[in-house]
Each structure stands twice: as C-alpha cells, then as structure tokens.
Design a binder for this molecule. Structure first.
Ligand code: DAT
Ligand code: MG
Length: 152
C-alpha cells in the first residue's frame, strides 16, 4: 500500500452543527497526516466542477445549492492507503446504510446532509485536490515524531 493524498471536505452541515473538531479528530486519531486545510465558501462554478460526474442527476441542483450554502472545511489528508481509508472513516453515502463507527453512521441521518466528502479513487483525489488547493498550500510528508508508531 503506497502513501496517498486524498481530498476531504467538511460540508456546510458539519460546520453549522459545530462538528469540525469531531470530524478532524477522527482522521487524526486514525493516524492520517494533515497536509492542507482551509475554511472557505465554495463558488457555484467550483461546486459544479467538483461534482461534475453527477451533472444531469435529479439531486445535482440541490447538491450544488447545499455545498455552496455556507463555509466548508477543505482538507488534504495523507497516509498509507489514505483514499480508501478516508472513505471507510466517512462511511456509506447514505447515512442510513453507513456503519456505526463511521462519521456518517454516527452523526448523520439524511443522504442530502451527510457531513463529509471524500475522494473515491486516485484520479478523483488528484483532480479534487487540484480544484481546491494551490500547490503551495499543501505541506507534503512533513516529519511527525510519532510516524514510526503509526506506519511500520
Ligand atoms: P459520496 O459523497 O459518498 O462520494 P456520491 O459521489 O455518489 O457519494 O454523491 C455525491 C453526493 O451527492 C453525496 O454525498 C450526497 C449526494 N447524493 C448522492 N446520491 C444521492 C441521491 N440519490 N439523492 C440525494 N443526494 C444524493
Ligand atoms: Mg463521490
């Protein structure tokens, strides 16, 4: 398993509900390493680009409206197998099917208010990091003094 970077965002519902620290702590405690983070409002064009694969679906308009409705916390997390691991920490798309112990399983009820976004593969991770972050906003592979206790 290689060291990967993935894009994760706390959606407007997570910020509004005061769950920013709760969500961040779950990725931190897992052992992932924070490589970028900012609070921002997403412009409509950026939201449409980010969710481009869903254009034309019945929920697309509502999704763009929701994601642009308030600030999000955009993040890059790094670690061994980080892309799939973050998806597991986040849980299934519909909170009704998300495992207990996952963010959506523990903290959300509705598919349209599922708190967190995570890239679903290497291509989308690279694409989404590029949409939300400039190169100089990412701190790659910085030395963490407990790395040897997390990754062999
Ligand atoms: P995920 O966010 O788990 O990657 P996705 O990429 O399939 O899920 O969809 C993006 C978001 O769109 C998802 O987090 C919530 C919303 N969404 C997906 N399917 C939906 C549906 N059937 N009805 C309403 N919203 C939906
Ligand atoms: Mg997705």
């Amino acid at each position: 398993m290689s060291i990967e970077k993935t894009f994760v965002a706390i959606k407007p519902d997570g910020v509004q509900r005061g769950l920013v620290s709760e969500v961040i702590s779950r990725f931190e405690r897992k052992g992932l390493k924070l490589a970028g983070m900012k609070l921002m409002k997403v412009p409509v064009e950026m939201a449409e680009n980010h969710y481009g694969e869903h254009k034309g679906k019945p929920f697309f308009e509502g999704l763009v409206k929701f994601i642009t409705s308030g600030p999000i916390v955009a993040m890059v997390w790094e670690g061994k197998g980080a892309i799939a691991t973050c998806r597991q920490v986040i849980g299934a798309t519909n909170p009704a099917n998300a495992a207990t112990g996952s963010i959506r399983g523990d903290l959300a009820l509705d598919i349209g208010r599922n708190l967190v976004h995570g890239s679903d593969g290497p291509e989308s991770a690279a694409r989404e990091i590029g949409i939300f972050f400039k190169e100089n906003e990412i701190v790659s592979s910085w030395d963490r003094n407990n790395d040897c206790w997390i990754t062999e």
